[in-house]
Design a binder for this molecule. Structure first.
Ligand code: FA5
Length: 342
């Protein structure tokens, strides 16, 4: 029996040398130390031994059990340590490698379009002036000939603040009043860029926040001819020298007469397509001669001064220029879209 135990010890320890995973180690434990393992079977057979042999065999069997258990623990520890070392080696970071280069930033498509607009109007002597995004109802509407309850308020669905009479500007036109009051009685030639807000359903053509660029010229003999000349020059520089333009009678409470300007469709060259809704024309801005009452509200005597004004949406202009079919791309911050204009 003692011989059997020694053979078992030799066999078990020899096999353990080749074990190098927790899975194999578990199998080894079941084979030798499990409930149906070799050592257990030997221990169970002790009952058949003569009583005088039992103490010595029992002691040897218990020693073997302790040896195998210790060998098991040691092996388990070695395997775990090796596993950790392997993992560390796999996930090792080479801190001497050069870092991933961070590319330089680039301008947002709206900013680029705005700057293009500034450059064109700068050539014609227009200065850039920024005016506030949070406005009073008085500036945004009333001084522009839109009193409370006037039906034209429906043209500008408004986001109000909790403060009575204070709102997010729905267009850049209140800037006309601010600039006139600032410069009166000097002649004026400015563009007023900035964000506008409208309580509108967001669609492929409508955002609730978008940019506008307002234009205002006030002087002694400013005419509708000046308005047409300036805006035709703008359209041809922005969209190509061959562009045809047309002015269509329109209505804004703060200009009289009012006109919307169209360019011939850049996609179909005026033949008619889906983008221009088969009209051959694309609307790009609203404009008109500053209403005498608005001049008066700005401090200018309409018997001496005249002026023209216009308002355009740079996102809509960029959409036409680059063939972008959905305004929602502009402010969704998806780099796949934005990087196309880097
Ligand atoms: C106005 O806001 C007038 N203040 C423009 C004006 C100024 C007329 C001075 C006469 C004199 P309108 O609501 O049409 O007009 O807006 C002007 C431009 O802003 C539009 O042509 C369009 O390009 C842009 N725009 C208007 N609403 C949105 C919107 N929800 N999303 C994106 N762009 C818009």
């Amino acid at each position: 029996m003692l011989e059997q135990l020694r053979e078992l010890e030799e066999k078990a320890l020899h096999e353990l040398e080749d074990v190098n995973s927790m899975e194999a180690l578990d199998k080894w434990r079941i084979t030798y130390l499990g409930r149906k393992g070799s050592l257990t079977i030997i221990l169970r057979g002790m009952g058949q031994l003569p009583p005088e042999e039992r103490p010595a065999i029992g002691q040897a069997a218990n020693q073997l059990k302790a040896t195998l258990e210790r060998a098991y623990e040691e092996k388990a520890e070695t395997i775990k340590r090796e596993e950790t070392l392997r993992q560390l080696a796999e996930e090792r970071i080479d801190v001497t490698l050069p870092g991933r280069p961070v590319g330089p930033g680039f301008l947002h498509i709206s900013t680029r379009t705005l700057r293009e607009i500034y450059a064109i109007f700068a050539q014609m002597g227009f200065q850039v002036v920024e005016t506030p995004e949070v406005e009073t109802d008085v500036n945004n509407f009333q001084l522009l000939n839109i009193p409370p309850y006037h039906p034209a308020r429906d043209m500008w669905s408004t986001l109000h603040t909790t403060r009575e009479g204070v709102l997010l500007r729905t267009h850049t036109s209140p800037g006309q009043i601010r600039v006139m009051r600032m410069y009166c009685p000097e002649p004026i030639r400015v563009i007023l860029p900035g964000k506008c807000y409208r309580y509108e359903q967001v669609t492929a053509r409508h955002e609730f926040m978008f940019y506008q660029v307002e234009g205002l010229a006030v002087g002694y003999k400013v005419t509708m001819g000046d308005l047409k000349g300036v805006l035709t020059n703008f359209a041809r520089q922005m969209f190509g020298a061959e562009r045809k333009v047309r002015f269509r009678a329109s209505y804004f409470p703060f200009t009289e007469p009012s006109a919307e300007m169209d360019i011939d469709c850049i996609l179909c060259k005026g033949k008619g397509c889906r983008v221009c809704k088969y009209t051959g024309w694309l609307e790009i801005l609203g404009s008109g001669m500053v209403h005498p009452q608005v001049l008066r509200n700005g401090g200018y005597d309409p018997d001496m001064y005249t002026g023209f004004a216009f308002g355009m949406g740079p996102e809509r202009i960029a959409m036409l220029k680059y063939g972008i079919d959905d305004i929602r791309y502009f402010f969704a911050n998806d780099l796949r879209f934005l990087q196309q204009f880097a």
